[in-house]
Design a protein around this ligand. Structure first.
Ligand code: COS
Length: 387
C-alpha cells in the first residue's frame, strides 16, 4: 500500500494553496460579512482547473483523478467553504450527473461551460417538506404534447441565485399510484426559462458567502430534450451523484480541520501566558493533538474513498463513512480550535469562528450524519431502515 501522492498531485495541491492564500484567504471574512463571495474569483478558479478537474478533456476539463479532486476540495475547504460549495455543486453534482447520465448533446452543451465556469449549475433535490426522505419529493412534471411542464418548490439550493442551469428532480408518475423514488425524473432547466424563480435564503449561521436559494417553478415548460437520463430514473441519478458529492464535502471538511490545526498552532506558539507560549501547556497540547488526529483520520478516509473511485470500485459506503467522520471532525476541530484561542477565537479576528459556523452545516447537507449512519448500517447488515 502506497499512500504517497504523485508529483502531479502535489503540484496541483501546492498551486491551489498558493492561489487561495493569495486570492481568497485575505477576503473571506469580508465576503462572510457581505454575505457573498466576490464572483470575480470564479473565472480565476476556473483557469486554474478547479471546475474542470475531473471532467474529461474532450468536454473542456482536465480529466484528472479523484485523489487530486479531493486535494483540491481540501484546499478550498481550508480557504473558504463557500468557494468549495460553488465548485463541488456546479461541476460536481451537476457536471457529473450530466457526464454520467446525459446524452452526447447535453454533454456537449453543458460540460465545457461548467468546466470553464462560464455557466454555473445548481442541484434541486431538497424541498420544504422532503429533506432526508428525498424519494417522496412532490414537485411535479406533467406531459403536454412533446413538452414537460414543471411545478413545485425547492429549498436550500446552493448556487441557486447564481446558477445558469438547475438540475431539478420532479415527479413524473401519478403520486397516487407511485409516491416513491421510482416516479422521479431529472430535468436540466436553464434558469432563464419563464416560470423559474430563485430567491435568496438569508440569515444562515455559516456559509454566508455562498448563495443559497429557494427555487420556485411555476408552469416551467421544457422540451423532451431537457430530461436527463431516463424518465422515472431520476432518483438513482440523485443518489449516485450524491455519493461523489459526499466525498467532496468530506474532503472540504478535511480542509477545515487542517485550517483549524494551522491556526491553533500559530496562536498557541505566539500567545504568551504565565510567562510562556500557551503551546507549552499540556492541556493546550491535548486540544492540538486531538485536532491533528482528526485531520489525519479524516484525510485517510477521504483518500481511501477517492482511491476507490479512481480504481472503479464501489465507493458509496466509503463516501458515507468519510462524510460522516470528516464533518463531525470539522465541528469538533473548530470547537477545539476556539478553545485554544480563548476569547480571541470567538470573534472574526481569527478564522476559527468562521470555521465553526461553516462546519456546522456539513453534518446536515448532502445527507445528515444520521442518514450516513443508516446507510453504513444498511451496507453492513443488508437490512434497510427506510420505508
Ligand atoms: N446509487 C445508485 N442508485 C441508488 C443509490 C445509489 N447510491 N441509492 C439508492 N439507489 C437506488 C436503489 O437501488 C433503488 O433502485 P430500484 O428502485 O431500482 O430498486 C432506488 O434508488 C431507491 O433506493 P432506496 O430504496 O434506497 O430509496 P430510499 O427512499 O429508501 O432512500 C435514503 C433512502 C435515505 C437512502 C435516501 O433518501 C437518501 O439518501 N436521503 C438523503 C438525501 C440527501 O442526501 N439529501 C441532501 C440533498 S443535497 S443537499
Amino acid at each position: 500500500m502506497d499512500l504517497s501522492l504523485s508529483d502531479e498531485q502535489v503540484a496541483f495541491r501546492d498551486l491551489a494553496r498558493t492561489f487561495l492564500d493569495r486570492e481568497a484567504v485575505p477576503h473571506r471574512t469580508q465576503w462572510d460579512h457581505d454575505e457573498s463571495v466576490d464572483l470575480a474569483i470564479v473565472p480565476k478558479m476556473a483557469e486554474l482547473g478547479f471546475f474542470g478537474l475531473t471532467i474529461p478533456e474532450e468536454y473542456g476539463g482536465l480529466g484528472g483523478d479523484y485523489v487530486t479532486y479531493a486535494l483540491a476540495m481540501e484546499e478550498l475547504g481550508r480557504a473558504d467553504s463557500a468557494l468549495r460549495g460553488i465548485v463541488s455543486v456546479s461541476s460536481g453534482l451537476v457536471g457529473k450527473s450530466i457526464l454520467f447520465h446525459g446524452t452526447e448533446e447535453q454533454k456537449q452543451e453543458w460540460l465545457p461551460q461548467l468546466a470553464s465556469a462560464t455557466k454555473l449549475g445548481c442541484f434541486g433535490l431538497t424541498e420544504p417538506d422532503t429533506g432526508s426522505d428525498a424519494g417522496s419529493l412532490t414537485s411535479r412534471a406533467t406531459r403536454d404534447g412533446d413538452d414537460w411542464v414543471l411545478n413545485g418548490q425547492k429549498l436550500f439550493i446552493t448556487n441557486g441565485t447564481w446558477a445558469d442551469v438547475a438540475l431539478v428532480f420532479a415527479r413524473t408518475s401519478d403520486p397516487a399510484v407511485d409516491p416513491g423514488p421510482r416516479g422521479v425524473t431529472a430535468f436540466l432547466v436553464p434558469t432563464d426559462t419563464p416560470g423559474f424563480e430563485a430567491r435568496e435564503v438569508t440569515g444562515k449561521l455559516g456559509l454566508r458567502g455562498q448563495a443559497t436559494a429557494e427555487l420556485f417553478l411555476s408552469d416551467v415548460r421544457l422540451p423532451s430534450s431537457a430530461v436527463l437520463g431516463e424518465v422515472g430514473r431520476g432518483f438513482k441519478i440523485a443518489m449516485s451523484t450524491l455519493d461523489k458529492g459526499r466525498l467532496a464535502v468530506a474532503a472540504g471538511c478535511v480542509g477545515i480541520v487542517q485550517g483549524c490545526l494551522e491556526a491553533s498552532v500559530d496562536y498557541a506558539t505566539s500567545r504568551i501566558q504565565f510567562g510562556k507560549p500557551i503551546a507549552a501547556f499540556q492541556l493546550v497540547q491535548d486540544l492540538i493533538a486531538d485536532i491533528s488526529l482528526d485531520a489525519d483520520a479524516a484525510r485517510l478516509l477521504v483518500w481511501r474513498c477517492a482511491d476507490l473511485v479512481d480504481r472503479g470500485e464501489p465507493f458509496g459506503t466509503a463516501a458515507s463513512k468519510a462524510k460522516l467522520f470528516a464533518s463531525e471532525a470539522a465541528v469538533r476541530a473548530a470547537n477545539n480550535a476556539i478553545q485554544v484561542h480563548g476569547g480571541a477565537g470567538y470573534v472574526d479576528d481569527y478564522p476559527v469562528a468562521k470555521y465553526l459556523r461553516d462546519a456546522r452545516v456539513m453534518t446536515l447537507y448532502e445527507g445528515t450524519s444520521q442518514i450516513q449512519k443508516l446507510l453504513i448500517g444498511r451496507a453492513e447488515t443488508g437490512i434497510s431502515a427506510f420505508g
